[in-house]
Design a protein around this ligand. Structure first.
Ligand code: NAD
Length: 240
């Protein structure tokens, strides 16, 4: 199995890449920084004996998306992911802020899916997992730049998942609640307030999050598509 994992030099993308490598996948890591990618690849090699390929690419750009797509021919697994936006009040956001957020958290995943999923469908097998956010279900104060593009992606994935469902390809989204990564630490008070509100009284670990993603990439998850799985310790108080 070949897996293309985006935003994989640290955090949730990295954790997914490590777990996929542990399961025997041949992994390609995508991120913007060469040094961070090399370090991530070395750590994964140390832990699994399998050295991932790496590609330096900024997924907020068309060139970056093309580089990521070219780096891994015929992946069986695609994990879409990139960095999240800053916490900022809606009335201070500029058109440029919105362009960047849409490019990073919607258009990047859309371009990867548009290029890769038809080839998966032609081969009769594929798994796509999109890392979105709990904010798709419950808005987080001042993270509108995260919520809106991810809802666009959620709607898009819901449609494409049904379009290719009969071709052996599944597309799902996994929605992190507060998972203890560098990103969540950077959110400061917002993150502390979220973690304090988790019924389990803790943040999740990247390994716990990655386990859910890897399950959705497995043979056992073949009948699950078009779904949005919260990994949030019960934080979003919803009946369904
Ligand atoms: P992170 O910032 O720790 O890691 C992001 C990774 O993506 C890094 O490897 C980074 O280099 C890479 N990246 C960032 N921008 C990129 C770009 N333009 N092109 C290519 N690579 C890029 O974040 P994380 O905590 O791992 O979260 C991953 C995603 O999940 C983010 O979008 C984040 O907003 C979202 N999310 C995370 C949490 C959480 O609790 N950690 C909660 C809700 C949503």
């Amino acid at each position: 199995m070949k897996a293309l994992v985006c935003g994989a030099s640290r955090g949730l993308g990295y954790a997914c890449a490590l777990e996929l490598a542990r399961e025997g996948a041949t992994v390609t890591l995508v991120a913007r920084s060469g040094a961070a990618l090399t370090e991530a690849a070395e750590t994964i090699e140390t832990q699994t004996g399998r050295r991932p390929a790496t590609v330096i690419a900024d997924l907020s750009t068309i060139e970056g998306r093309e580089a990521a797509i070219a780096s891994c021919t015929a992946p069986d697994i695609l994990i879409t992911n990139a960095g999240g936006p800053p916490s900022q009040s809606y009335d201070s956001l500029t058109n440029e802020d919105w362009q960047k957020a849409l490019a990073t958290n919607f258009l990047a995943a859309e371009a990867l899916i548009r290029s890769i999923v038809p080839k998966m469908a032609a081969r009769g097998h594929g798994r796509v997992v999109n890392i979105t956010s709990m904010s798709v279900r419950v808005p987080v104060p001042d993270l509108d730049l995260s919520t809106a593009p991810r809802l666009a992606l959620t709607g898009y994935v819901a449609g494409v998942a049904r379009k290719v469902a009969a071709r052996g390809v599944t597309l799902n989204c996994v929605l992190p609640g507060p998972i203890l990564t560098e990103r969540i630490a950077e959110l400061g008070d917002t993150a502390d307030a979220l973690i304090a509100d988790v019924p389990m009284k803790r943040g999740g670990t990247p390994e716990e999050f990655a386990a859910a993603c890897v399950f959705l990439c497995s043979r056992q998850a073949a009948f699950i598509t078009g779904q949005n799985l919260l990994v949030d310790g019960g934080l979003c108080r919803l009946t369904m």
